[in-house]
Design a protein around this ligand. Structure first.
Ligand SMILES: Cc1cc2nc3c(=O)[nH]c(=O)nc-3n(C[C@H](O)[C@H](O)[C@H](O)COP(=O)(O)OP(=O)(O)OC[C@H]3O[C@@H](n4cnc5c(N)ncnc54)[C@H](O)[C@@H]3O)c2cc1C
Length: 400
């Protein structure tokens, strides 16, 4: 029997897409661990940078926003821009959304996806089962895409690891392990700055190493936002408004511009509420670049070029690379070789057309892998509002 649709992923994008497909009456099998990126790959005690208005998972019918969850759970509503969302609340919201709208979720991994002649796709699960689906939606989010810059690679010869000299920020949930230790955090984005603040609060001596002058910066609080610019889920600015509400034409921009905007827009800037927890508690070293990371006496050492051009060294007990995620089809090991070869890509990311379809008929991508085609909003939960109804509509028309 051929199953109509398989959705791979049970984070915000996978759950939202599956809910929209179900609402259209399309039988769908959904795979993945609900909200696992948030539970296992972000630090305990983290607060969301996105505001409540930008943190609902899009559903096909009313009653499933973050505010609805707060009401159902009997907790105070998180609604204004000054309400900050604890990650634990957001995880509970996602799990509630899943129980309500995607109750048939199968918590297994998809091991491989291959083309099956002219008839859809063959999927293998780690339960040992194989089955065929007419269409596949890839919503695997951050999984496997953590990026370690090559200059840090020498000190992480066996791969980044919390117990080794260098790790990636996605490998940490409990930062209390650094209590009493010297820690370097590389990066200047929200993840770097919040990881540094949380580790300092847990008793570590923390230094953030950022490339360039003045890169460690914090956004304006809600009451300090410019008044005469349109509102968007990310603050008041024309550019943010256009990218949030009109991602349609994004994929027609030149490739260079698209890839640049995905990296830079809504990029390295700490949340307004983090400033007081960071300044005076975390050291900052601004460098022109990091040349290499080595290990001396069991401790990682960063060889850096300072802003005035001289050479310097920074050492600690451990280095966390809060250096983000890079989409690369080659890292999505579950996609079969033939499928990956057939996919049209631009710098490792799938080229998507209308309705989030890839160049392989029946294969769709949403969330982070769709950002190079539909813009930076796809990196955030609020991107589900644009993506999920459109993907479901296209898929229903083409394969439903
Ligand atoms: C530190 C940090 C803080 C962030 N803060 C915010 C924020 O405040 N607001 C915001 O909007 N965004 C934030 N983001 C971005 C956020 O992570 C993404 O918007 C969101 O998680 C993307 O959802 P997703 O469904 O695409 O993927 P994910 O949430 O990463 O979920 C991936 C899913 O895929 C499944 N999966 C992967 N591979 C397989 C496989 N082979 N078989 C079966 N299942 C598989 C996993 O089990 C999981 O269910 C943050 C990211 C980081 C790293």
């Amino acid at each position: 029997m051929i199953h109509p649709v398989a959705v791979i992923g049970a984070g915000p994008f996978g759950l939202s897409t599956a809910a929209h497909l179900r609402a259209r009456g399309i039988p769908v099998r959904v795979f993945g661990r609900p909200m696992v990126s948030w539970r296992d790959h972000m630090p305990e005690g983290m607060l969301l940078k996105s505001t409540p208005a930008a943190s609902s998972i899009d559903a096909p019918r009313p009653g499933h926003t973050l505010r609805d969850y707060c009401d159902a759970a009997g907790t105070p509503r998180l609604v204004t821009d000054e309400d900050i969302i604890p990650v634990e609340t957001f995880i509970a919201y996602g799990e509630w959304f899943q129980r309500q709208l995607v109750p048939e979720l199968e918590q297994v991994r998809v091991v491989s996806v291959d083309r099956r002649g002219g008839e859809g796709f063959e999927l293998k699960l780690d339960s040992g089962e194989s089955f065929t689906a007419r269409a596949v939606v890839v919503a695997t989010g951050l999984d496997g895409l953590a990026h370690l810059p090559p200059e840090l690679g020498e000190a992480a010869a066996d791969g980044p690891a919390p117990a080794g000299p260098v790790s990636h920020s996605s490998q940490h949930h409990d930062l209390t392990r650094f209590s009493g230790k010297e820690l370097i955090v590389v990066g200047a984005g929200q993840s770097a700055l919040e990881t540094a603040a949380l580790a300092a609060e847990a008793g570590a001596r923390v230094r953030v190493v950022s490339r360039g002058r003045g890169r460690v910066a914090f956004g304006a609080p809600p009451w300090g936002q410019p008044k005469f610019r349109p509102e968007s889920p990310f603050g008041r600015a024309w550019s943010l408004w256009a990218l949030s509400y009109y991602p349609h034409p994004y994929r027609y921009l030149p490739a260079e511009t698209r890839h640049h905007l995905v990296r830079r827009v809504l990029g390295p800037l700490g949340a307004w509420w983090l400033r007081d927890r960071f300044e005076g508690k975390v050291e900052v070293s601004e460098v022109a670049r990091i040349d290499r990371a080595s290990v001396s006496g069991g401790r990682p050492v960063l060889s850096v070029r300072t802003l005035d051009g001289s050479a310097g060294e920074l050492a600690a007990d451990h280095v966390i690379a809060a250096t983000g995620y890079r989409v690369d089809i080659a890292a999505m090991g579950f996609l079969g070789d033939a499928l990956r070869t057939e996919l049209a890509v631009s710098r490792g990311t799938p080229k998507l057309g209308a309705g989030y379809r890839s160049s392989v008929p029946g294969l769709y991508f949403t969330g982070l892998p769709a950002a190079a085609s539909y813009g930076p909003v796809m990196r955030f939960v609020c991107g589900t509002e644009f993506a999920s109804p459109r993907l479901a509509k296209h898929l229903a028309a083409a394969h439903g």
